[in-house]
Design a protein around this ligand. Structure first.
Ligand code: NAD
Length: 263
C-alpha cells in the first residue's frame, strides 16, 4: 500500500473501538492524526497510548460531539491549523441506541441516534469536503453497518441512520470525485468493541458471554470480527491506492450479510 508519510487524517470516535484500532493502523503506516471524541478522558488515554507506541507520529486531539455542527467546524479548523491539509476523514463516531420494538422505541433516543449517526457524518462531510476540494485530493470513509444494508430486529433508528450513511456516501462520491475526492463506506458486522459488548448485555443481561457465543455461531466464520481486521480495510480505503472504488458500502462481516436462513 502507498505510504501515509506526511498525510493527515481525522478520525472521529477515536477514543476506543474501531476508531482507536484505525488510529493504531494509520499511525503505524506513518500518518499524522487528529483524534476526535466526546469522551475526553478516553481520548486523552488514546493519545497517550498512541504517542508512546509511535513517537514519530503527530497525534493531536479535539474534544467534540459530532452531532454539534459548531464543534465539527472547530475540529476541522483544528486539523487545518495543525497539519495545513486534510488527506483523509474516517467518519466513524456513532451509537447504537437502545434495543426496542418500533412502537415502543423512545423517541428522544431515536432522535439522538439520528443526530449522531446521520447528522454527525453529514457535518463531517460538509466541513471537510471544501478543504479537500481546495487541495484537489481527499479520501473519506464513512461508517455504516450491516444495519445499513439489511434490517436488524429492534434497532430501527440505527438501521435508518446507517442506510442514510450509505446513501450520503453515494452522493458525496458522485458530487466530489471530479475534485479528486473518493468517498466510500464500510459496513461492519459484529466486531468485538465496547459498543458490541454493551449490545450483548442488552440481549442477555444475566449472561452476555452466552449471547456473544450464540451470535458468533450464526456467522459463516463462526467468530466475531476484530477491530484490527476492520482497520486494515479502512487504511486501504484512505490510501492513494483506493482511487477507483467510489461510493461503495463494503461489508466487513465474515460473509454474514450474504446468508439466507440458518447456517
Ligand atoms: P464504541 O462505542 O466502541 O466506540 C465509539 C466511540 O465513538 C467512543 O469512543 C465514543 O465516545 C465515540 N462517540 C460516540 N458518539 C460520539 C459523538 N456524538 N461525538 C464524538 N464521539 C462520539 O463503538 P464502535 O463499535 O467502535 O463503533 C464505531 C462505529 O462503527 C459506529 O458508527 C458504529 O455504529 C459502527 N459499527 C460498529 C460495529 C461493531 O460491531 N462494533 C458494527 C457496525 C457498525
Amino acid at each position: 500500500m502507498s505510504s501515509f508519510q506526511g498525510k493527515s487524517i481525522i478520525i472521529t470516535g477515536a477514543a476506543m473501538g474501531l476508531g482507536l484500532a484505525a488510529a493504531q493502523e494509520l499511525a503505524a503506516l506513518g500518518a499524522n492524526l487528529l483524534l476526535v471524541d466526546y469522551n475526553e478522558q478516553s481520548l486523552t488515554q488514546a493519545q497517550e497510548q498512541l504517542t508512546a507506541q509511535f513517537p514519530s507520529a503527530r497525534i493531536e486531539t479535539a474534544v467534540a460531539d459530532v452531532s454539534d455542527e459548531a464543534a465539527v467546524r472547530n475540529y476541522v479548523e483544528a486539523a487545518v491549523n495543525a497539519f495545513g491539509r486534510i488527506d483523509g476523514l474516517y467518519n466513524n463516531a456513532g451509537i447504537e441506541g437502545k434495543q426496542a420494538s418500533i412502537v415502543d422505541y423512545d423517541i428522544a433516543v431515536f432522535k439522538k441516534v439520528i443526530d449522531i449517526n446521520l447528522m454527525g457524518v453529514y457535518y463531517g462531510l460538509r466541513y471537510v469536503l471544501p478543504v479537500m476540494q481546495r487541495q484537489g485530493y481527499g479520501r473519506i470513509v464513512n461508517v455504516a453497518s450491516v444495519g445499513g444494508i439489511r434490517g436488524v430486529l429492534n434497532q430501527m433508528p440505527y438501521v435508518a441512520s446507517k442506510h442514510a450513511v450509505s446513501g450520503m456516501t453515494k452522493n458525496a462520491a458522485l458530487e466530489y470525485a471530479r475534485h479528486g475526492i473518493i468517498t466510500n463506506a464500510i459496513a461492519p458486522g459484529a466486531i468485538l468493541t465496547p459498543m458490541v459488548a454493551e449490545a450483548f448485555k442488552q440481549v442477555n443481561p444475566a449472561d452476555p458471554k452466552q449471547a456473544e457465543t450464540e451470535y458468533a455461531q450464526r456467522n459463516p466464520t463462526k467468530r466475531l470480527g476484530l477491530p484490527e481486521e476492520v482497520a486494515k480495510v479502512v487504511a486501504f480505503l484512505l490510501s492513494e491506492d483506493a482511487a477507483y472504488i467510489n461510493g461503495q458500502t463494503i461489508a466487513i462481516d465474515g460473509g454474514e450479510s450474504n446468508m439466507y436462513g440458518n447456517s
